[in-house]
Design a protein around this ligand. Structure first.
Ligand code: SAH
Length: 469
């Protein structure tokens, strides 16, 4: 989720985010504020809804308008304010309420939030279920267990660092342990970096059960620290205050994650998102297999993820660009930490929208370009503006590629579907005057599962394209 925009006219606008992040630090250093893609599934529309209030003395509950139960019957976990006939019983945000159809039929138990257009998020579809500590223990245990046996589909062949439901950090383990709605826990994200867990809470319901969930995670995972990064802008949209700090234990001076054998420093307190982009793990590993003897351009490089993989894969040169000086500082440290050849790496602190034009004007050419920008469209309402941003950078990238070159291009915008993204890229290739083939369709790593009934969970999409030789 996140924040201000670059000054580039071609960069779509994004609302502002948390209080202790790279963006703000970037601003202090006089650089253009950068977009971030903190809370992937933040599709929360703005503004507190006008809810029809029912009897304050009636049993608390949500009654839907006639015909508005359909999405719930398809097990989509969000109840928008517009679907609600009335709210009985004077509940407060975070309360668990039964949701009923206009005919009075029980549909779900859901967490209520009077301040969000998503007025309720479903905890359970079973009427006999109690939403209590035992419920959260079950859900969290299931999420941990589901990640344990996942095979690592990455071409590197090494198993992803996976959590043990019975113990703490697994060989440097970086993994998303809980993925919100897709793990049946709307608004709760938990990422593991070695023996540190980072928790991000984005809904009033998860906020109510925050301490319970922290206790359960402490008991099941035994981390040295649970750190809370509830400072994304979606908190504001949910009427929740921003929070950033230690929840349990003590934060070690350095937090590191080992991913497919590469070591990355993770700034859990002030880095973007929860500190690292775990969702790109498999796609970074794929890049390694494509990079041999290539001149590589990595745009929006953050702490150097794709760059380090490309270098280890034998790239001839890697130019990495990001607007955040702090992220680039960590990226350069990560390079050293992995004893990779510094002479093949160049870091550039710049606005990618401008830098791509400069490279074009300098007639620079590359064999492999990675574009992994921040979220341009948190909701479909931003899609048109976002589409212009995606088209712009992809068109420029196509022009910078040598014949036969590869473009690895991503969108983490919930408001841009995979179909639309492909159409935007097709338009960019057309305008750049190149023919290109799709050689891979990509998505987030397997520890970011997508609930079938919640397509919003498929926020990350990527294409690897080869331009004609
Ligand atoms: N590929 C990275 C994650 C990228 S996150 C990885 O694998 O870890 C998006 C990055 O874009 C952030 O580091 C942010 O600082 C940067 N950014 C946002 N707007 C930018 C802009 N206009 N120009 C350059 N970098 C920008």
């Amino acid at each position: 989720m996140t924040s201000q925009k670059t000054k580039s006219p071609s960069t779509p606008h994004r609302p502002s985010q948390g209080n202790r992040d790279f963006r703000n630090r970037t601003q202090r250093s006089g650089k253009p504020p950068s977009d971030q893609k903190n809370t992937e599934q933040n599709n929360t529309p703005r503004g507190a809804p006008q809810l029809p209030i029912g009897s304050a003395t009636a049993q608390p509950g949500i009654l839907l308008k006639a015909g508005r139960e359909k999405s719930l019957l398809r097990r989509h976990p969000w109840i928008f304010s517009g679907a609600i006939e009335r709210v009985d019983g004077a509940p407060i945000s975070g309360d668990t309420l039964p949701v009923r159809s206009a005919q009075g039929e029980f549909l779900a138990w859901a967490a209520y939030n009077a301040n969000s257009q998503i007025t309720a998020r479903v905890w359970s579809w079973r009427e006999e279920e109690s939403i209590d500590a035992a419920f959260f223990r079950r859900k969290i245990s299931n999420a941990l267990a589901a990640r344990n046996p996942l095979p690592n589909p990455s071409p590197g062949g090494r198993r992803a660092c996976l959590p043990s439901p019975h113990g703490g950090g697994i060989e440097g383990g970086g993994a998303r342990l809980i993925h919100g709605e897709s793990d049946g826990l709307p608004g709760l994200i938990v990422d593991q970096y070695g023996d540190v867990l980072v928790m991000q809470i984005g809904s009033a319901g998860a906020e109510r059960w925050r301490d319970t969930c922290a206790d359960i995670l402490q008991e099941l995972c035994k981390p040295v620290c649970i750190y809370e990064r509830s400072d994304s802008d979606s908190r504001g949209l949910e009427g929740l205050e921003l929070r950033n700090g230690v929840l349990r234990g003590m934060l070690p001076d350095t937090v590191e994650v080992i991913e497919n054998g590469l070591r990355f420093s993770v700034d859990v307190a002030a880095g973007q998102k929860t500190g690292f982009y775990l969702d790109q793990r498999d796609n970074r590993a794929l890049t390694e297999t494509l990079a041999r003897d290539k001149d590589v351009l990595n745009c929006f490089c953050y702490t150097g993820g794709f760059s380090l993989y490309a270098l280890r894969g034998g790239a001839k040169s890697v130019l990495s660009i990001d607007a955040s000086g702090d992220a680039l500082h960590i990226a350069a440290e990560n390079l050293t930490r992995n004893s990779l050849d510094e002479s093949r790496a160049e870091w550039l602190e710049a606005d990618v929208f401008h830098a791509l034009r400069t490279l074009r004007d300098q007639n620079k050419k590359f064999d492999l370009i990675i574009l992994d920008p921040p979220k341009f469209a948190p909701t479909a309402a931003f899609a048109e503006k976002a589409a212009r941003g995606y088209k712009d950078i992809n068109l420029l990238a196509f022009k910078l590629l040598r014949p036969g070159g590869l473009l690895c291009t991503y969108s983490c915008s919930g408001g841009i579907s995979a179909d639309l993204f492909q159409k935007i890229i097709a338009g960019a290739a057309l305008d750049a005057g190149v023919d290109a083939q799709i050689v891979h369709h990509l998505h987030a790593s397997a520890d970011h599962p997508v609930l079938l009934s919640f397509p919003e969970g498929a926020y990350l999409k990527g294409l690897v394209l080869r331009v004609a030789g």
